[in-house]
Design a protein around this ligand. Structure first.
Ligand SMILES: [Zn+2]
Length: 229
């Protein structure tokens, strides 16, 4: 199969501290990633630095970061599909077969590993992680930036919250698609009008999640959609 390569650079190319134009430094990650379509694509995430500040921050693409499940070569949707099927009581063989029919190769053992990792993220003390991240961002940049992704698998939304600057995954939560109240409560735990939130990279306008985020974030928050995949 011919390899498809997608190259991403930071969505914002101005330094958040001094506004200088960021300059390419090196490739942060270069990975072959499996998607639920069965396609396998190379995702390159290019790192940029501020030539003026000379600090240690390397800015990356939020889109490239969220395309791949942290530390693995599968998309978040593939991992979520595996995890939800495990919880429906499907055997590893069944899941392997299901994925194989979609063109995705995965071993028995990897299914176990991915499921364990997914549960580990899901069980994070996310409020503590988010509060710590806010503190670090305020100390270092005087502002908060987040990246919030949403993936629909079967009848659930998988919501992932990332630190914009470090790319760290801060929260992974699941909601039934009709549980709008649950979503609102969750976002309300860490988003409010008082925050010094300047940038939110997220999905393109989407019927349920986007209006909730708009409502909770400060009015002048800049919403930046992920690059269309
Ligand atoms: Zn700078």
């Amino acid at each position: 199969m011919k390899e498809i390569c997608k190259v991403y650079k930071p969505e914002i190319l101005a330094c958040p501290i001094c506004k200088s134009k960021l300059a390419y430094c090196y490739t942060i990650s270069n990975k072959l990633v499996y998607f639920t379509s069965g396609k396998r694509m190379r995702i390159k995430n290019l790192g940029y630095k501020c030539p003026n500040c000379e600090d240690d921050t390397v800015y990356v693409s939020q889109t490239a970061n969220k395309l791949c499940f942290k530390g693995y070569s599968y998309s978040v949707k593939v991992v979520a599909t595996i995890s939800l099927m495990k919880e429906q009581g499907r055997s590893r063989d069944y899941i392997c077969d299901y994925l194989y029919n979609k063109g995705i190769e995965i071993s028995d053992r990897n299914i176990g590993n991915l499921y364990a990792k997914f549960k580990e993220f899901e069980n994070y003390n996310y409020l503590e992680k988010i509060q710590n991240a806010y503190q670090n961002m305020m100390d270092k940049y005087g502002q908060i930036r987040l990246s919030i992704d949403s993936v629909k698998v079967f009848d659930e939304y998988i919501i992932m919250v990332y630190d914009y600057f470090t790319s760290e995954l801060l929260a992974l939560k699941r909601f039934k698609v009709d549980n709008e109240e649950g979503l609102r409560t969750f976002f309300g735990e860490f988003l409010n009008n008082e925050l010094k939130l300047t940038v939110l990279t997220t999905i393109r306008k989407e019927a349920v999640i986007h209006p909730i985020l708009r409502e909770l974030c400060p009015k002048n928050t800049k919403f930046i959609p992920y690059v269309k995949f």
